[in-house]
Write a protein of this length. Sequence first.
Length: 89
Amino acid sequence: MAKLKLGAIEDNKPVKLTVELPAPVHRDLVAYAKILSGETGHNVTEPAKLIGPMLARFMATDRAFAKLRRTRSAPPRPQPPRSDSEKLP
């Protein structure tokens, strides 16, 4: 049996977003929810609840995103203190 990339859905406090999906993507989302329900034993009644975990999984496995996120959100490195001879006049 193939292993799905998504596991059981955690019940976290959500942030409400409104999105429009193409009809084929919605159909696939409904099908994924049905299959996931059978795999995990948790009844996924709202396929929309899969979107958050799917996006999180996608971003967690995107190496380019992780690299850019590390380099762009890293705080600036502190400069070592200058010695008296290096101080500007």
